[in-house]
Design a protein around this ligand. Structure first.
Ligand code: NAP
Length: 484
C-alpha cells in the first residue's frame, strides 16, 4: 500500500486553551505526529493562547514535555522535535479581556489559512468569537473549531449556535466529535458504500438488530465535577453514539461531500422515535472492597447521575422500520471496547435441520482496541460426524492487514485538524444535527427527572446492571460479549 499525502496549505493555527488538558494530551502531540509523518506544510505555524503568562520558550518547553508524555507511538527522525517546536509561539490573552489581542494579531500572516481552536469551556466561545472579529483576527475565510460539550440541552445548544453564527458563517464552524475522526468510522462508510456486498442487505428485511457499544474501564476520575452535571446520556449518547448510529443507518449520500453526508445523518436523527421509558436502563457504578463508587468521585453524595446507559430505539423510515437499535455505554466496566455490530437475520429455512442450531452472520466494526472489522460466517465444522455448523470470523485487523503502515494511521484529532485546514467539514457536526440530537435527548432526560428516577447500581468491572441484560433477553436477544 502506498500512503498518499493530500497537500495542505500553509496555515496559522491558534489554540485557545493551549495550556489545558485537551491541548496537552491530544491536540499538540497530534500535531507533532503529523509533522513527523511529513504531512505538515512548510508554512505551518501554531500559536498557543491562554491567560497564563508564558513566553515562546516556556510554551515550547511545555509542549516538549507533553509530547514526551503523550506523543508516543511513532518514530521520528532525530532533530524533528526541535524543528516542530520552532513552529510554535505563545501569546497570553484573556478571552474576556482586552490585553494581548493586538500582539496575537501581529503573529498572524496575511494570505494564510487561519484556524482558531476553542479548546476552552463553552462559556468562553462567545467572548472569543467576539474578540476575534472585533480585533480583526478573523475574516470570512477563517475557521473556528469548537469542542464538546456542544450545549447541555436543546436550548443551550441553540444559544451556542446563535452566538457562533453571529460572528461566523456555518461553513466556518467545525464542531468536533472525535469519534468521526476514527479510521474505522470512516471505514464504515467505505464498507457500506464502496462494496456491492453489504448495501443490498442493509435494511430491516435482512438485519435483525444493531448494537452499538462504547465501554470504558476508567471511572470519572478527575472529571467528576463536569461529569456529574452531564452523565452518560449527555456525555456519550447524545454525541458519539448518535453519530455512529447515523453513519450506520443513513441513506447513501449522493457524494462524499460535507452537506450531502450531513443531510443524510440529519434525516436519521429526525426519524428516531421517542424512546419509551422502559426501554432505557440507567446505571451508576457502586463501590467495592478496593475502590470507591461513583458517588465518592463527585461532590454530591446522593447524585443520581448515570455512569451507564443502555437503551433500545427505533428509526421510523422505510429502511429500518421494525429493526431495533441497541445502544450502551458506561464507565468502570470490565473491558474497554467499542464496537458496532450489525446482526443479520437467520436464513429463512435451514436445510440442515434443527440439530444444526441457530447461526447468524454478524458484521462487527471495532473502534477500539485493535481497530478492524469481523464478519462471522457459518461453515461446516471440519472433520467427520455429519453436517455440524460453526460460525467462524473473517477477521480484518487493520494492524495485520496494513502491516507497518497501520502504525501511520493518524489518530482522530490529527485527521480532524488537518480537515479543518483543508476546509473539509464532512466529519464535523452541523448545527442542525446537534440541535436535532438534543431534541431527541431532552425528553428522555426530562422523563427521568419528572419520575425522580434513580440509576441502578452496578458492580465495578462488570458489564453493567442486570437490567441491561434483561432489556435484551426480553426481546430474545443478548448483548455481544465485550472482548478486549
Ligand atoms: P482545562 O484543562 O480546564 O483547560 C482550559 C484551558 O482554558 C486552559 O488552557 C486555560 O488556561 C484556558 N482558559 C481558561 N479561562 C480562560 C480565559 N478566560 N481566557 C483564555 N483562556 C482561558 O480544560 P480541557 O480539559 O483542556 O478542556 C477544554 C475544552 O475541551 C472544554 O470545552 C472541554 O469540555 C473540552 N473537552 C475536553 C476533553 C479532555 O479530554 N480534556 C475531551 C473532550 C472535550 P489559563 O488558565 O492559563 O487561562
Amino acid at each position: 500500500m502506498v500512503s498518499r499525502v493530500i497537500p495542505v496549505d500553509p496555515f496559522d493555527l491558534v489554540i485557545f486553551g493551549a495550556t489545558g488538558d485537551l491541548a496537552r494530551r491530544k491536540i499538540l502531540p497530534g500535531l507533532f505526529r503529523r509533522f513527523c509523518s511529513g504531512q505538515m506544510p512548510e508554512g505551518a505555524r501554531i500559536v498557543g493562547a491562554a491567560r497564563s503568562d508564558m513566553d515562546d520558550a516556556g510554551f515550547r518547553a511545555m509542549v516538549a514535555e507533553s509530547i514526551a508524555e503523550f506523543g508516543g507511538g511513532r518514530s521520528c527522525e532525530a532533530g524533528t522535535l526541535d524543528a516542530f517546536l520552532e513552529r510554535l509561539g505563545y501569546e497570553a490573552v484573556d478571552a474576556k479581556g482586552e490585553g494581548g489581542w493586538e500582539a496575537l494579531k501581529a503573529r498572524l500572516r496575511p494570505d494564510t489559512v487561519r484556524a482558531f481552536y476553542f479548546s476552552v469551556a463553552p462559556s468562553l466561545f462567545g467572548a472569543l468569537a467576539e474578540r476575534l472579529k472585533g480585533f480583526g483576527l478573523a475574516d470570512d475565510e477563517s475557521r473556528v473549531v469548537v469542542e464538546k460539550p456542544f450545549g447541555h440541552d436543546l436550548e443551550s445548544a441553540k444559544a451556542l449556535n446563535d452566538t457562533l453564527r453571529r460572528h461566523f458563517d456555518e461553513t466556518q464552524i467545525y464542531r468536533i466529535d472525535h469519534y468521526l475522526g476514527k479510521e474505522t468510522v470512516q471505514n464504515l462508510m467505505a464498507v457500506r458504500f464502496g462494496n456491492m456486498l453489504f448495501e443490498p442487505l442493509w435494511n430491516a428485511q435482512y438485519v435483525d438488530h444493531i448494537q452499538i457499544t462504547v465501554a470504558e474501564t476508567v471511572d470519572v476520575g478527575g472529571r467528576g465535577g463536569y461529569y456529574d452535571t452531564s452523565g452518560a446520556m449527555r456525555d456519550m449518547v447524545q454525541n458519539h453514539l448518535m453519530q455512529l448510529l447515523c453513519l450506520i443507518a443513513m441513506e447513501p449520500p449522493a457524494r462524499f461531500e460535507p452537506d450531502a453526508v450531513r443531510d443524510e445523518k440529519l434525516k436519521v436523527i429526525r426519524a428516531l422515535d421517542p424512546v419509551e421509558y422502559h426501554h432505557i436502563v440507567r446505571g451508576q457504578y457502586a463501590a467495592d472492597d478496593s475502590q470507591p463508587g461513583y458517588r465518592a468521585h463527585v461532590e454530591n453524595p446522593r447524585s443520581t447521575t448515570e455512569s451507564f446507559i443502555a437503551l433500545k430505539c427505533h428509526i421510523s423510515n422505510w429502511r429500518w422500520a421494525g429493526t431495533p437499535f441497541y445502544l450502551r455505554t458506561g464507565k468502570k466496566l470490565k473491558t474497554r471496547a467499542s464496537e458496532i455490530a450489525v446482526v443479520f437475520k437467520d436464513a429463512p429455512h435451514s436445510i440442515f435441520g434443527a440439530d444444526a442450531g441457530r447461526h447468524r452472520n454478524v458484521l462487527s466494526i471495532r473502534l477500539q482496541p485493535n481497530e478492524g472489522m469481523t464478519l462471522d460466517v457459518t461453515i461446516k465444522e471440519p472433520g467427520p460426524g455429519g453436517m455440524r455448523l460453526v460460525d467462524v470470523p473473517l477477521d480484518m485487523s487493520f494492524a495485520e492487514a496494513l502491516g507497518p503502515e497501520a502504525e501511520e494511521v493518524p489518530d482522530a484529532y490529527e485527521r480532524l485538524i488537518m480537515d479543518v485546514i483543508r476546509g473539509n467539514q464532512t466529519l464535523f457536526m452541523r448545527g442542525d444535527e446537534v440541535e436535532a440530537a438534543w431534541a431527541w435527548t431532552d425528553p428522555i432526560i426530562a422523563g427521568w427527572q419528572s419520575r425522580g428516577e434513580v440509576p441502578k447500581p452496578y458492580e465495578p468491572r462488570s458489564v453493567g446492571p442486570e437490567e441491561a441484560q434483561i432489556l435484551m433477553h426480553k426481546d430474545g436477544r443478548r448483548w455481544r460479549e465485550l472482548k478486549s
